[in-house]
Design a protein around this ligand. Structure first.
Ligand code: ATP
Ligand code: MG
Length: 944
């Protein structure tokens, strides 16, 4: 905004807009904020209206913060958010600052580059953190946030505004944005993502009437100005207040009186556009004025006189006086730091410079700003300069990219790196720059990422650079469902490295094996590699972590006794870095899941979310998907559903398949079959893919079909999963296909097949020795065998599952066992089992099993209670998660922060939970949520 000193400017014909904005301020004050956009052509009065809103807001007790998009800063990370939020944080007292930066807001401060902040884990974490920073600010005093010239706002800030927008409805916060219509430069598209939100209030400004223009003319030229002159001004300026002002400035300059007779002279003046009018006025002020104005046009608004003087090659003292002359001519604003009277004037001066002159000026500006210590603006100028084979430029852009990356602005980092490469960078610098570019692009989902990582690998000249490029490239291929290519990449790297650095090659062997295990075409060879790696273990006291992980993971797939795998995983987790790199972490999590080591798994996932810095959003999705899987297996169905839903919403590539599988099976367990079917239909069945996660997808789909009574198709899915598992070297434990298929055969009356599969399952599971896997196998065998033998197996299944951490599976086994006991004629004994099954299923929200148990109880002559309307299992997944966190003593705000929702949403969920649980206070929640926990089932079974 132009800092015009002096009396309050005249604001004509904006009463309706001001009334509307005043009303929205009132609503915001009462706690329900909104977003408003003000659109109109250049000079129509958007900035002036914003200034008026600020005055009103301050009068009403708002904290009013402003920022402005600037053309040059469109490529700077969080430039606009910094303008808004930095000062309030810096000027806060120490205790106030602690309050402002509590919780996720710390990562927000990190995104702004504040010393007190934490580097955000991802762009998403930066958004979330900045959101909470603004909420914390608004807590004490309602907030007005205005952003002028949205079309030039940097992308990370735009993303933030998009994140903030829908959430303002629940905060005392009014956001007002202006957009210059018809400006084709700048970030028109990304800005549209903010302004097109349906909840945004839109306001367009119209031109002034002839009467208002006459008032402006008479303020400027005196009350004697004639009606003809005023009418001509209105007509020539099209009622645009800026054009009116420019025209009047020119008229004064020419000594026009405002009499009717000077209308022809006015018409002659107006034939030149605003820019030309200004440039003529500027030229008359002499070469020093021109130089200073041009310097300011290059440096951008809010530039210190000394800096502009340096670029203009003027003495700073002389420049102060030249700036005053420029202000008197209404070319600059009468303010310091320097600014143009109006942005359009700055644009005209800038446009008047030749392309080459601009590029050279930006390069010089970068040097001057660097010496002046304004490091963050240096990169923006370098982007506007021409490549000149200058090592300094590469160095600065590389450093700026690092800073942007640290602050969670991967897209900005990528643009700096691209420019650094174009300088051009030296051959020695290129591989690292290309690798960083590829990683930054991958983090933002840009398709060019893989190409740049490929180039980084090709150009890498030393072993470290080869390994550093091959890892992220392979990982990108794996997630893009091209694990076979990932393996080839790693193998090429290994071949280059092995002759000179066998140990590094050994590490990549581990990575290549892990990549190979992801795909059923490469898995057989990968398993052979694992065998070779296992034989090599003795060669060193300190084998690479990835080698340990690959061996452990393969052992779990083969259902070997779990002790060795558990020990290898432990050794790998003791290594640096902790948590391990993405690919290794993923393999460890899945290994722990197969081993039923849920505590370690949960801990690792928590640490991955907490510790890992700058991770791509794909990694967060991966963790969410794993957590969904683990939670499902542990019976935490509500949490599993919530994690899976989040992952499904954000995931791409193989994660999308994986997350969907866990969502579907969770919904089936909760008896939400229609919902599960709808979710499943959102994705074309990925059956052409060779990735390991399809094996899980098939089992999930089979479970849904089974529940829908489509047993034949369900069986096909289970068997297809089995075929894939076989090629992948997965014997059991991971996907349950064998036990599910055995049950399907039983349902279809194909007893011999059912028995054959179930017996194999039991045999494998006994060797593997994990209670969940064994319990599932025994249950399937019990159902397949039937009769006395079946009863014995089902009873054993119950006993084994008592030792597992799979309470829902225990409920299922109890229900089947109870049903078999009833059919054997022992109704009283049956009721005991069925009641426990019902209790457990009810407690864990496993509605499907609960209704089966209930039906069996009725058949056994009991009258089971029906308490699904209130109580714990009436809670939705979201309500249960919120209630749990509240029971653990978290405030609504902390809950909102943890679950990425707003405080209001958290409190709504919580009040629903209160009603359903029939409690009135937070302190009663814990009891209401656990009181009905059945006494047994679900204890840990440590791996001895
Ligand atoms: N309603 C009004 N009545 C009188 N003068 C006005 C009015 N609105 C704007 N002006 C004057 O017109 C000039 C241009 O206004 P302003 O800078 O607000 O335009 P803008 O819409 O922000 O343009 P841009 O798109 O170039 O930023 C200023 O000098 C301002 O004082
Ligand atoms: Mg403006």
């Amino acid at each position: 905004m132009v800092a015009v000193a002096g009396p309050r400017p005249l604001l004509l014909e904006r009463d309706a807009e001001l009334a509307r904005l005043g009303a929205l301020l009132g609503q915001a004050y009462a706690g329900s904020g909104s977003v408003v956009t003000i659109t109109g052509p250049a000079g129509i009065g958007k900035t002036e209206l914003l200034a008026a809103v600020h005055r009103i807001a301050r009068e009403r007790g708002f904290r009013a913060l402003r920022a402005r998009g600037r053309e040059l800063e469109a490529d700077m990370a969080f430039s606009v958010v910094r303008q808004l939020l930095e000062q309030p944080v810096l000027s806060a007292s120490p205790s106030e600052r602690r309050r402002l930066l509590s919780g996720p807001a710390r990562a927000g401060a990190g995104a702004l580059g504040l010393a007190a902040g934490d580097s955000p884990a991802s762009e998403f974490a930066a958004m979330h953190g900045l959101y909470w920073l603004s909420v914390n600010l608004a807590d004490r005093k309602p907030l007005l946030l205005t952003v002028d010239d949205l079309q030039w706002v940097d992308r990370p800030s735009l993303s933030w505004l998009g994140y903030l927008g829908p959430r303002t409805a629940e905060s005392p916060m009014l956001v007002v944005l202006t957009v210059r219509a018809g400006d084709s430069r700048g970030q028109a598209k990304p800005a549209a993502a903010v302004t097109d939100d349906p909840s945004v209030y839109r306001m367009g400004l119209s031109a002034l009437s002839p009467g208002s223009v006459a008032a402006l003319v008479r303020t400027e030229l005196g009350s004697a100005a004639s009606a003809e002159f005023c009418a001509a001004c209105w007509e020539l300026a099209g009622g645009n207040p800026l054009y009116v002002r420019e025209l009047l400035a020119a008229a004064r300059n020419e000594g026009l009186s405002g009499a009717a007779g000077s209308v022809p002279a006015l018409r002659a003046l107006a034939s030149s556009a605003v820019g030309a009018l200004t440039l003529t006025r500027l030229a008359r002020l002499g070469p020093e004025a021109v130089s200073l104005a041009r310097a300011l046009a290059v440096l951008g608004s809010q530039t210190e006189v000394a800096v502009a003087a340096d670029l203009a090659s003027l003495d700073p003292a002389a420049a102060e006086l030249v700036a005053d002359e420029l202000a008197a001519a209404q070319i600059l604003a009468p303010a310091r730091p320097l600014d143009f009277f109006h942005p359009l004037i700055g644009e005209a001066v800038y446009a008047d410079l030749g392309l080459g002159a601009r590029r050279l000026a930006h390069r010089r500006a970068a040097g001057i700003l660097d010496r002046a210590g304004a490091a963050d603006r240096v990169a923006a100028h370098l982007l506007a300069s021409g490549p000149a084979d200058d090592a300094w430029v590469v160095d600065r852009l590389s450093a700026a990219a690092e800073t942007a990356w640290e602050r969670g602005a991967a897209g900005v980092a990528a643009s700096y790196l691209r420019r650094a490469l174009a300088e051009p960078a030296t051959l020695a610098e290129r591989p690292a720059l290309l690798r960083r570019l590829g990683i930054a692009e991958w983090a933002t989902g840009e398709p060019a990422a893989i190409g740049h990582l490929e180039e980084a690998l090709t150009e890498a000249r030393d072993n470290t650079a080869i390994a550093a490029a091959a890892g992220p490239l392979a990982n990108a291929y794996i997630i893009a469902d091209q694990a076979d290519v990932a393996v080839a990449v790693l193998q090429r790297a290994i071949a280059r490295i092995r002759p000179t650095d066998p140990r590094l090659a050994w590490r990549l062997d581990g990575a290549a094996a892990l990549a190979g295990l992801m795909d059923d075409r490469t898995a057989p060879a990968a398993l052979r590699t694992v065998d070779r790696l296992q034989a090599s273990l003795g060669e060193s006291a300190d084998p690479p972590a990835r080698v340990l992980v690959a061996i452990a993971h393969a052992a779990m797939r083969r259902a070997c006794p779990p002790e060795e795998a558990a020990q290898l995983v432990e050794r790998a987790l003791a290594r640096e870095p902790y948590p391990p790199r993405p690919n290794a972490s993923a393999a460890i999590v899945v290994t722990l899941l197969g081993l039923e080591a849920f505590e370690t798994l949960q801990q690792l996932c928590d640490d991955m979310l907490r510790v890992r810095r700058r991770s791509a959003v794909q990694e967060l999705i991966g963790v969410a998907s794993f957590l969904a899987w683990a939670l499902y297996r542990r019976g935490e169905l509500a949490d599993a559903e919530a994690q899976a839903r989040w992952a499904v919403e954000h995931a791409t590539g193989i994660w999308a398949i994986d997350a969907l599988a866990h969502l579907v099976e969770t919904l089936v367990e909760r008896d939400a079959l229609d919902d599960a079917a709808t979710e499943l239909q959102r994705m074309v069945p990925p059956l052409g893919s060779h990735t390991v996660v399809v094996a899980g997808y098939l089992v999930a789909r089979g479970r849904l079909r089974m529940a829908q009574g489509r047993s034949v198709e369900a069986l096909q899915d289970f068997l297809a999963s089995g075929g894939r598992c076989e090629r992948l070297g997965i014997v059991d434990g991971l996907y349950d296909w064998r036990t599910e298929a055995a049950v399907a055969y039983t349902v279809l009356g194909q007893a011999p097949e059912a028995r054959r599969l179930a017996r194999t399952a039991v045999e494998v599971a006994r060797g593997f020795g994990r209670p969940r896997a064994l319990g599932l196998a025994l249950r399937a065998a019990g159902l397949a065998e039937g009769g006395q033998r079946g009863l014995g197996l089902l009873s054993e299944a119950v006993a084994v599952l008592e030792q597992s951490q799979a309470p829902v599976e225990l409920a299922r086994a109890l229900t089947d066992y109870g049903a078999a006991v009833r059919r054997a004629g022992q109704r009283t004994r049956a009721r005991g089992q069925l009641e426990r099954g019902l209790d457990l299923a009810h407690h864990w929200g496993a509605h499907r099993i609960a209704s089966q148990a209930r039906a069996e109880l009725i058949a056994a002559g009991a009258k089971p209670r029906r308490d699904a309307i209130t109580g714990r299992d009436a809670l939705t997944a979201s309500e249960l998660r919120v209630a749990r966190l509240a029971a653990a003593g978290k405030t609504n705000r902390e809950i909102a922060q943890a679950l990425f929702i707003t405080t209001k949403t958290a409190s709504t969920h919580l009040s629903h939970a209160y009603r359903k649980l029939d409690v009135t206070r937070r302190s009663q929640l814990a009891e209401a949520l656990v009181s009905k926990t059945p006494a047994r089932g679900g204890q840990a079974a440590p791996i001895s």
